[in-house]
Design a binder for this molecule. Sequence first.
Ligand code: PBG
Length: 330
Amino acid sequence: MIIYSRNRRMRVNDSVRRLVRETRLATDDLVLPLFVMEGNNREEPVTAMPGVFRRSIDLTVKECKEIYELGVKAVNLYMKVSESLKDNTGKEAWNPDGLMQKTIKAIKDAVPGMIVMPDAALDPYSIYGHDGIVRNGIIDNDATIEALARMAVSQAEAGADIIAPSDMMDGRIGVMREALEESGFSNVGILSYAAKYASSFYGPFRFALDSAPKADIEIPEDKQTYQMDFHNSREALNEVYKDIDEGADIIMIKPGLPYLDIVSKVREATDLPIAVYHVSGEYAMLKAAVQNGWLDNDKAVLESLTCIKRAGADMIFTYTAKEAAMLLNR
Ligand code: PBG
């Protein structure tokens, strides 16, 4: 018996495997989401996310310096807003002296090369924990996108590089783009959470910001009237095309690992850069298994991120960004 074609030939040793390798993960691909809170020299661990902290601005800046040195040059910012500042308009979101605006300025001052991507959504600012303004028991889409446009301009004024709306309202990319252009921020980009699914994997994130939707008979308790139904895949393309038409610069798919079919499909559909969010629940699952001794942390982290890239991602939002960068630099 003669076998002419042997796939194992190109796997015989590490050097040859590297030679034929199709996907390479780099620190340039990583975006670290950060949770920020008021105070000085304060740091609190986030429940269900071992190794993740809420930090005051000074410690957030320190973290930014450290990760920049490691090669992670983009951060995505989320604020823990005090209850007393929450309402149903989101007005704290465009307060020029708000926590978000102060954080953006502090990071840009200390690490000018860092790409600062603030989250633009109302949920951390909402008494209802929703990404929209609630009116008569429903989420008022058009009032919400006006608020988001103000929020985006305010973030740009503070020095943001790329605004990252994670709300899933219709038409928000267009009004944000228009507001940014009219305010002279034509170089500030928009990373659209275009295909964001209503997912149970956001649980730990909502603990981190205390932003879970409140149970209320008048308001839909979950986010299914704006985030996508996880049974659907074609619908993701519809979302992506609309956001591209409205002026999005980068397209996001979220969550990550359970949605790689969507990533691959969107990769075929657009030549714009694609971001994928390896979300809090995915991080929690991985760390829980590691804490039990059931998974090898370093191998599982690098495999997870590389597979997201293989599916078509150009960049990955991940809470593992710092440790992944350390592993990649070894
Ligand atoms: C809210 C927002 C969420 C996440 C990012 N922005 C949660 C939600 O939609 O309820 C989730 C991120 C994560 O789970 O890591 N606008």
